[in-house]
Write a protein that binds this ligand. Structure first.
Ligand SMILES: Cc1cc2nc3c(=O)[nH]c(=O)nc-3n(C[C@H](O)[C@H](O)[C@H](O)COP(=O)(O)O)c2cc1C
Length: 121
């Protein structure tokens, strides 16, 4: 995203950082990239809780991109987009990118396209 011209990019690991600060950061920025693993046919629990907190705090009027990881039946993006759809005026930045198992060279074009779309949005 920085290569594509984003002026400021902040990356946090929801399973290792303070939840309240992450929620605060989400409200501070105009765009958000949600990157999460599929988990038991749904969404990895820290991301699920994070989105639930954003929902109850009235997260709105922003742009969100989705990146999911999964191995046999990726499901994280479906759950994240469902939760985002319930928020007021939160626009999805396309394309939604799926990475199966570990990231590969062949995933790079889709990630670059997403980075450029995020910067342009
Ligand atoms: C407990 C657990 C549940 C998972 N559930 C799913 C799932 O429902 N669908 C899916 O596609 N991947 C699932 N995964 C895979 C992860 O989303 C992730 O893709 C995987 O751990 C990445 O490493 P690997 O595919 O190289 O093992 C699960 C992984 C774990 C550990």
């Amino acid at each position: 995203m920085e290569e594509a011209g984003a002026p400021k990019v902040e990356v946090v690991d929801l399973s290792r950082t303070d939840f309240a600060e992450n929620v605060e950061d989400a409200f501070r920025h105009s765009k958000l990239v949600l990157a999460a693993a599929s988990y038991d046919g749904g969404l990895f629990t820290p991301m699920h809780e994070f989105l639930h907190r954003l929902q109850i705090k009235g997260y709105s009027h922003r742009k969100v991109a989705l990146l999911e990881n999964g191995s046999w039946a990726p499901s994280a993006a479906r759950v994240m987009s469902g939760m985002i759809a319930e928020m007021k005026d939160v626009e999805l930045i396309e394309p939604v990118v799926t990475i199966r198992s570990r990231m590969k060279e062949s995933d790079l074009p889709a990630l670059k396209a997403l980075a450029e779309a995020i910067v342009k949005a």
